[in-house]
Design a protein around this ligand. Sequence first.
Ligand code: SF4
Length: 184
Amino acid sequence: MNNEWESLKNACAACTRCALHETRTNVVFGKGSETAKILIVGEAPGEQEDLSGMPFVGRAGKLLDTLLDEAGIDKADIYIANILKCRPPENRDPAPAEIALCTDYLEEQIRLLNPRAIVCLGRIAAARLIKKDFRISKEHGAWFMRGETPITAIYHPAYVLRDPRKKGDVLADLALIHEKLKEL
Ligand code: SF4
């Protein structure tokens, strides 16, 4: 796995497949344990992530850390990556063509990590990994299967920053994810 993982990381770091390579500061490949039980998948790097090259280091990332701690989920059990590895300018939504061009990297990350469960953060990751018409307000916390792997989605922490009333939903979903992991 190590050689394949390093090759993938290097290929991603040099990627010029879509126009986002022209405006990025850093490619944001992912962070966490390469033997993680859970793969968390967000949308795309933001400003702080683009500057640091690490996912979820800004305000939303700090909130995610707090929520995971409150739910009792051990960071050693987690790897975090995004659908897109480079920041869309002005934090706009990823374009479908960008997602299509970038998706091989995430698919390879999923294959190599072989997590016991996948947790999507927000609608865009869920629409790519679970089903196109995923409705986050109605289907967050529900479990689906992606091949052999259980997969679910929770509200994106950036959305919880905008609407703190959603924090209870996220904590309830994370508690169920914590329980589910004991079965897997
Ligand atoms: S977003 Fe993905 S496809 Fe586009 S340049 Fe970055 S790594 Fe390559």
